[in-house]
Design a protein around this ligand. Sequence first.
Ligand SMILES: Nc1ncnc2c1ncn2[C@@H]1O[C@H](COP(=O)(O)OP(=O)(O)OP(=O)(O)O)[C@@H](O)[C@H]1O
Ligand SMILES: [Mg+2]
Length: 223
Amino acid sequence: MLEIDRLTKRFGAPGEPALFAGVSLRLAPGECVAIMGESGVGKSTLLNCIAGLESVDGGRIVLDGTDLTALDEDAFARLRRRRYGFVFQAFHVLPHLTLAQNVALPLWLLDVPDDAAQARARAMLGRVGLEARGDDWPRHLSGGELQRVAIARALVHEPALVLADEPTGNLDPERAAGVLGLLLECIRGAGAIGIIVTHSQAAAARADRVLRLTPGGLQPEAA
Ligand SMILES: Nc1ncnc2c1ncn2[C@@H]1O[C@H](COP(=O)(O)OP(=O)(O)OP(=O)(O)O)[C@@H](O)[C@H]1O
Ligand SMILES: [Mg+2]
């Protein structure tokens, strides 16, 4: 269970208005929420706060009973490696590693032995429809296929929480729908929690809930 309670983030001095305040959200395992909002409202910043990559100026983030806002940087980094998965707009698939090596990365960081890591990475590539491509190189893949690799990498270590920032922003609408459907299926199938930032109404509609980030907090998106 992820519980975000009245989160505030401010970039300026303490007297300056906050970027956002009063952001509250509760998500149960298997639940996926889409977050929309104008450019610059702070969606990426909110994900970074949840990931412990940005400090917060008020409020709490509790994951399965652990108050993340009370952790020091090292403790948060360890927890992030183990329990978080990330999908980015620009894929961030590393060009000098094979697909299987890319997907195995989170497992290597968790000290999973190489043979086991590669086996799990190949199984996960199968889940995203790239079973025969483990030894292939990223430069041979289309944008949609690269994002499938990124999804496999985000989920291979069975994270509790998957954060995706415009994961289909670089894809044409048809590919975007397929990749987003796959991401949701993988998150739900793994019983993880998904927070997906998107500008696409069509994409958002496939999540369990759609929320809009405003300076005053998260509001249910009118249908
Ligand atoms: N490290 C920082 N220092 C100061 N201001 C920052 C910092 N990071 C982000 N900002 C500002 O915070 C605001 C929110 O940025 P953010 O990237 O979170 O918006 P966003 O909602 O993700 O926008 P987009 O839809 O364009 O991706 C912007 O005005 C940005 O310039
Ligand atoms: Mg952003």
